[in-house]
Design a binder for this molecule. Structure first.
Ligand code: NAD
Length: 431
C-alpha cells in the first residue's frame, strides 16, 4: 500500500479564509471522530482542508442600468473518489468558508452512499428574492462562465441548492454548452426534463429524507403512521418531505418558511397549504392554522422534527427545549456541535445530514449516468435504486453505530472517512 507522509506544520493553524462558523462546525465534527476512524495522520490532515477554491466577483447589469458586483465561490473539497459534485446556492450568507464546509459534507455524503464522486459546493452572496428573472439569468450565466476553469462533466458537476432550481441549472447548462459548441447535459444535474433532467430528481432529497426516517423509526420500534411531525423549511426539500410523511399516515402538524410557521395540532391539510402558498407567495397568514415563529416551531411537541431550512438552527440555546423523539436533518448542518451533545445527553437521536439528505445527490448521480448513456430510466426504476442506496447506507451507519457505540452522525462520518482515506492511500500522493 502506498505510504502517505505525516503532515507538515504549515497548516497547524486554519487558513484565515476558512475561519468561518460553519467550517469550524464541519471541522469540529471531523476532529471528534478522526481518532476513532483510525486513519493515517497525514491523510487526516489532508481531509481537514479543501483541495481547491475559487473566489470570483460577478458583474451583473441590473434592470435599472446600474452595474452590481456579487461575490461568488466554488470550493472542491476532495476529488479522490471521482469528479466533484455539489450544489450552488444563492443566499445573503454565502461565504467561502460556508462553501468549504458544505463541500466537505458533500465528500462524506458521496462516500457514504458509495457514489464515485468527491465533494464540492458553490454559491453567490446575494438576496435572490430581490433580483428579477433577467438579473438572476445574468448572474447565473456570468457565474458559470467564471467557473469554466473548474467545472466539467468529468471534473465538477453543479446542482441546485438553496434558492436555485431547474431554471438555474438550464442556464448553467446552456452557458457551458455555448462555450464548448455542443449540448452537454451532463455538466449539471437537477435540470428540466426537456434538457436531460431525470424524473424524480426534484423530489429526491425529500423522498430520501422520509425513506431514512421511516426505516429508522421502524428500527427504533415505532411507526410514522399517526405520528406528529414538524417540518422546518417548506422549500424543495421540506415540502416534499412533508407530503411523503402525510402519504405514510403521519400527521404533519407544523411547517415553516423564512417568514415563520403554521401549526395545527390536528394535522395540516397540505394541498390546501400549497394552494395558499401558490397564491400568496408564502405561508404567512394561512387561516386554518395558528401562526408560530421559526423559534417556536422547533420546540413544538412532536415525534419527528425534520430540519429542512438551513444551517445552525438547533443550537446550544434551544436544544434543551426540543420536544421531539427524533430529529431528521434534511438541511445541511442544521445542528451545531453543542446541540449535538445536548441531544445525545437527552437521548434524542439525530439522523445526520450526510445520510438523511443524500437522496438528492443519489438521483443527481442517476441523472448524470443517464445523460452520459443517453438512456433514460423510469420513475419506478429510480425510486427502487434510490431505496436500495439509502437503505444500504442507513444499514452501514446503524451497524457501525451499534458495533462501535457511536451516535449516528459519528458512525456516518467514520464510515465515509475510512472510505475516502482508503482510496487516498491506494492512489498515493502525486508526484
Ligand atoms: P429552498 O430554497 O428550496 O427552501 C428552503 C426553505 O427554507 C424555504 O422554505 C425558506 O423560506 C426556508 N428558510 C430559509 N432560511 C430559513 C430560516 N433561517 N429559518 C426558517 N426557514 C428558512 O432550499 P432547499 O433546496 O429545500 O434546501 C434546504 C436545505 O436542504 C439546505 O440546507 C440545503 O443545503 C439542503 N439540501 C438541499 C438539497 C436539494 O436537493 N435541494 C439536497 C441536499 C441538501
Amino acid at each position: 500500500m502506498a505510504q502517505v507522509s505525516p503532515p507538515k506544520a504549515a497548516y497547524d493553524e486554519l487558513p484565515p479564509e476558512l475561519d468561518d462558523p460553519l467550517y469550524l462546525q464541519a471541522l469540529g465534527q471531523l476532529d471528534q471522530v478522526l481518532a476513532h476512524a483510525d486513519i493515517d495522520p497525514g491523510v487526516a490532515a489532508k481531509l481537514r482542508l479543501p483541495e481547491r477554491a475559487l473566489s470570483i466577483s460577478i458583474p451583473v447589469r441590473m434592470d435599472d442600468g446600474s452595474l452590481a458586483l456579487f461575490p461568488g465561490y466554488r470550493v472542491q473539497h476532495s476529488s479522490v473518489l471521482g469528479p466533484t459534485k455539489g450544489g450552488v446556492r444563492y443566499d445573503v450568507n454565502v461565504t467561502l468558508g460556508e462553501c468549504a464546509a458544505l463541500a466537505m459534507w458533500m465528500t462524506w455524503k458521496c462516500a457514504l452512499l458509495g457514489l464515485p464522486y468527491g465533494g464540492a459546493k458553490g454559491g453567490v452572496r446575494c438576496d435572490p428574492r430581490s433580483l428579477s428573472p433577467k438579473e438572476l439569468e445574468g448572474l447565473t450565466r456570468r457565474f458559470t462562465s467564471e467557473l469554466l476553469p473548474l467545472i466539467g462533466p468529468q471534473k465538477d458537476i453543479p446542482a441546485p441548492d438553496m434558492a436555485t432550481d431547474e431554471q438555474t441549472m438550464a442556464w448553467m447548462m446552456d452557458t457551458y454548452s455555448m462555450q464548448v459548441g455542443h449540448a452537454v447535459p451532463e455538466i449539471v444535474t437537477g435540470k428540466p426534463l426537456s434538457v436531460g433532467g431525470s424524473v424524480l430528481r426534484p423530489e429526491a432529497t425529500g423522498i430520501g429524507v422520509v425513506m431514512v426516517a421511516e426505516e429508522a423509526v421502524r428500527r427504533l420500534g415505532w411507526s410514522l403512521e399517526g405520528s406528529a411531525c414538524v417540518v422546518q423549511g417548506y422549500g424543495k426539500v421540506g415540502r416534499v418531505a412533508a407530503h411523503e410523511l402525510a402519504l405514510r399516515g403521519a400527521r404533519v402538524v407544523a411547517v415553516s418558511d423564512i417568514a415563520g410557521g403554521i401549526y395545527n395540532e390536528e394535522g395540516l391539510d397540505l394541498p390546501d397549504v400549497d394552494a395558499w402558498r401558490a397564491e400568496h407567495g408564502s405561508l404567512e397568514g394561512y387561516p386554518r392554522a395558528r401562526g408560530v415563529t421559526n423559534a417556536e416551531l422547533l420546540e413544538l411537541p412532536c415525534d419527528l422534527l425534520v430540519l429542512a431550512a438551513t444551517e445552525k438552527q438547533v443550537t446550544g440555546e434551544n436544544a434543551p427545549r426540543l420536544a421531539t423523539r427524533l430529529v431528521a436533518e434534511g438541511a445541511n448542518g442544521p445542528t451545531t456541535l453543542e446541540a449535538d451533545e445536548i441531544l445525545a445527553a437527552r437521548e434524542i437521536p439525530v439522523l445526520p445530514d450526510i445520510l438523511t439528505n443524500a437522496g438528492g445527490v443519489a438521483v443527481s448521480y442517476f441523472e448524470w449516468v443517464q445523460d452520459i448513456q443517453r438512456l433514460f430510466w423510469t420513475a419506478e426504476e429510480i425510486r427502487h435504486r434510490l431505496r436500495d442506496l439509502m437503505g444500504d447506507a442507513l444499514d452501514r451507519v446503524w451497524t457501525l453505530s451499534e458495533e462501535e457505540r457511536l451516535p449516528f452522525r459519528g458512525a456516518a462520518l467514520v464510515t465515509s472517512i475510512r472510505q475516502v482515506a482508503e482510496a487516498l492511500e491506494a492512489r498515493g500522493i502525486f508526484p
